[in-house]
Ligand binder design. Structure first.
Ligand code: SF4
Length: 405
């Protein structure tokens, strides 16, 4: 068992990691296993904030988006999931292109630039009725639906970011010219959670090897990629650190990880894991700080502001530089019980921590302006059209509240 660090030791370790540019595995485990000692969390957060400030300065970003759950059917059965529905559920829904266009219209009116296409993994493998529905609509696969939804979104003035679960390289290659960025949460690299009775037992797409492979292929295709860690589904500290280290290693190989999300799991009613203990807010802050120390100063690090609302000022000073997508139009379909904060409130809160909130699109300014090789040329032009000279979001079609009414 790792011996708890004193505050002085923790402070010195965390600060030396900032200077070295990275924290190592055993160091991370020492810090996190000392968390119950008074002052350790603060020492970690201060060092992580220093690391963030060195590269990102006082800026924290947010992406004003719409969330389009193109289908909430999924071939996997993660025991914590409240998003996926069975085909016979009254809540099961697959979007028509007219519905996509309607949401996009609402997004443009309210100044959103990102259309987040987030959906279940390949439901056509599990459900015959869904498969037949695709064919009736003229699609041969869910990817066909995503392609057309991206085209509708682009035509309507919004930039797609697709997270459709596991995709093959050919599917990502097809979607790349239509997407400003794409993503897949790593969630965890724990093979243990695939075991019998564990959350991913009935979820073949949650096999760590499958998820790592998709990250590698996205890297080979030069796709600006979002990933992240899911906290509180049964993984232990070692598994969390190893997941973050795997993300770091992948980025060192391909340099394609645009952002890393630290996302706490909230138990959902009517799921087998409805009774699990929610991860403490303190722990969320600690893992944001640890992620910054492990991933280094340059990584874009995000924590969703609706999943630890009581801790936002502390989160804001724990090393994150992004609040992720916040929508004035759609709910968080993964966590519908957790409302988005008002953007004005988020701005005031960020400023109360001596930082500034800036709006970004689905591409971070440093990527948009500094890494053109990661974009198909026509997509690069589309993203630039919706960006200021500094690479932040610009809204040519944004109407005022009065105009939108
Ligand atoms: S893969 Fe995602 S959508 Fe499908 S059951 Fe698991 S958590 Fe839910």
């Amino acid at each position: 068992m790792t011996q708890a660090l004193s505050i002085k030791q923790a402070d010195s370790l965390a600060r030396s990691a900032v200077d070295r540019g990275r924290l190592e595995r055993e160091e991370a485990l020492s810090l996190i296993s000392s968390l119950e000692e008074p002052g350790i969390l603060e020492a970690m957060a201060e060092a992580a904030f220093e690391s963030k400030t060195r590269t990102k300065g006082e800026i924290v970003t947010v992406s004003r988006n719409v969330f389009l759950p193109l289908t909430n059917l999924c071939r996997n059965r993660c025991t914590y999931c409240g998003f996926a529905k069975k085909p016979d559920s009254p809540e099961a829904h697959t979007y028509t292109l007219d519905e996509v266009a309607e949401v996009v219209k609402g997004g443009v009116k309210t100044g959103c630039t990102e259309a987040l296409m987030c959906l279940g993994d390949k439901p056509e493998i599990a459900y015959k009725g869904y498969r037949e529905g695709l064919v009736e609509s003229g699609y041969s696969s869910t990817t066909d639906l995503i392609v057309q939804a991206c085209e509708v979104s682009l035509a309507g003035g919004m930039l797609p970011h697709t997270n459709a679960g596991i995709m093959q390289a050919e599917e990502m290659e097809r979607l790349r010219p239509l997407n400003a960025s794409m993503g897949l949460m790593m969630e965890t690299t724990s093979q243990r959670l695939r075991g019998k009775g564990m959350p991913h037992f009935h979820a073949p797409d949650k096999d760590p090897a499958v998820r790592i492979r998709m990250h590698e292929e996205a890297g080979e295709l030069k796709i600006p990629f979002t990933t992240g860690i899911l906290l509180g589904i049964g993984e232990n500290n070692e598994e969390r650190v190893d997941t973050l280290l795997k993300i770091r290693e992948l980025n060192e190989r391909y340099e394609h990880i645009q952002e890393v999300i630290v996302q706490p799991f909230h138990p959902k009613e009517d799921t087998p894991m409805h009774g699990v203990q929610t991860i403490r807010d303190d722990e969320v802050v600690a893992w944001v700080a640890l992620a910054r120390l492990l991933l280094g100063s340059e990584m874009n690090l995000q924590a969703p502001p609706n999943l630890a609302p009581e801790m936002l000022p502390r989160l804001a000073r724990a090393g994150l530089n992004d609040w992720g997508g916040v929508s004035p139009v759609t709910v968080d379909f993964i966590n519908p019980e957790a409302p988005w904060p008002a953007l004005d409130g988020l701005r005031a809160l960020t400023e109360s921590t001596d930082q500034k909130l800036r709006d970004r699109g689905p591409v971070y300014p440093d990527w948009l302006l500094g890494r053109p090789e990661f974009f198909d040329s026509s997509m690069h032009e589309s993203v630039l059209r919706l960006a200021t000279d500094e690479g932040y979001a610009r809204r040519p079609n944004h109407q005022s509240k009065e105009e939108a009414a």
